[in-house]
Design a protein around this ligand. Structure first.
Ligand SMILES: [Zn+2]
Ligand SMILES: [Zn+2]
Length: 353
């Protein structure tokens, strides 16, 4: 079968790989319908390995990429499992021990033994087929398309962030960053009942696309506008209840903190590439603000997001700007997405086009 294999930074090849063997008793063989290209994949491509397991010198084994995927179950290893041949499923890419305190509490993404399909795990979604554990499969109802199914993963990232932020009906929420995660965070905040959603983004084309897709109440340009001041003016001087930091730069984090009300919460979703300086007294202690991290998603986030999509409350498919065959992954996919002025938001790859 064809698969996109990461060899080292700037060396990703679409090549022939052995077919996965028959699924084991607790496994399913999935024919990939679509796999989205994620910012994480781009980081691995440009200057990885980051999440792909590697030694101290940065040496890593070749890995099939792709963790945002959905498809059709072709075969299962044993009867009576979670799925059967013909089922349409979105795949939760983590495999985990199911025993440790994090797995037991449902926060499986924090499992010390977790491995991730598409980031060093056995298989990946940027391939024609993959063998997955049946517990990784989440049924897509008829009303959820495969295009939407490929967006369950990034939507679940932001659902987890919104839920960790404790967004309540009637809340006012600021999202910093207007890329795919920022847009999906704004949609998930709205789906959680936020009364007003604001979004800040420095790149003009992203501001325009985020405004169209996520329909925030206000969009700010943090390079030219004082975001915290504008936000306070819009909230009777208080600030937002929750800010979701999805930009990953120092200004965005300070803006998120300063724009959040006393006793409010800032959720850090974006992966910052370098340290930032923070004034803990002024930014956290005196306003009694919470600053919390959010990583990945739980199985429950997958179920929640699929439910929202089925109910028409999460129009994530608006992010899709193109669909390409696997052969074009580098030229039309990754090389385009790393350009700062790209007009693409989410590119889906169709491995069996
Ligand atoms: Zn991703
Ligand atoms: Zn575990």
């Amino acid at each position: 079968m064809k698969a996109a294999v990461w060899h080292t930074a700037k060396d990703v090849q679409v090549e022939q790989r052995a077919e996965p063997g028959p699924p084991g008793p607790d496994e399913a063989l999935v024919e990939v319908a679509y796999c989205g290209i994620c910012g994480t994949d781009l980081h691995e491509y440009v200057d990885g390995p980051h999440f792909i397991p590697h030694d101290q010198a940065g040496a890593a084994a070749p890995a099939i990429l792709g963790h945002e995927f959905c498809g059709t179950v072709l075969a299962v290893g044993g009867p009576g499992g979670r799925v059967k041949p013909g089922d349409r499923v979105a795949v939760h890419p983590a495999q985990y021990c199911q025993q440790c305190r994090y797995c037991q509490s449902g926060m499986v993404q924090l499992c010390n033994q977790a491995s991730w399909l598409g980031l060093g795990g056995a298989w990946g979604g940027l391939a024609q087929r993959a063998v997955v554990k049946q517990y990784q499969c989440f049924l897509l109802p008829e009303s959820v398309s495969f295009e939407q199914g490929a967006l369950v993963e990034p939507a679940a990232v932001t659902r987890q962030g919104v839920s960790r932020g404790g967004v309540q009906p009637g809340d006012v929420v600021l999202v910093t960053g207007g890329g795919p995660i920022g847009q999906l965070a704004a949609m998930n905040a709205r789906a959680a009942g936020a009364r007003e959603v604001y979004l800040s983004e420095v790149v003009p084309v992203r501001r325009e696309l985020a405004a169209r897709n996520a329909e925030p109440n206000r969009v700010f340009d943090p390079a030219r506008e004082n975001v915290p001041e504008l936000v306070r003016a819009l909230t009777g001087g208080d600030g937002v209840d929750v800010a979701i930091e999805a930009a990953g730069n120092e200004r965005a984090l300070h803006d998120a903190l300063a724009a959040t009300r006393k006793d409010g919460t800032v959720v850090q979703i974006a992966i910052h590439g370098r340290p930032v300086s923070l004034h803990p007294a002024l930014e956290l202690t005196i306003p009694a603000r919470r600053l919390i991290g959010s990583l990945g998603y739980t199985p429950r986030d997958y179920e929640h997001v699929i439910g929202l999509m089925a109910a028409g409350k999460l129009p994530a498919e608006r992010l899709i700007t193109s669909v390409i065959p696997l052969e074009d992954l580098i030229e039309l996919g990754m090389d385009d997405l790393v350009r700062p002025d790209t007009r693409n938001v989410k590119i889906l790859v169709k491995p069996s086009a």
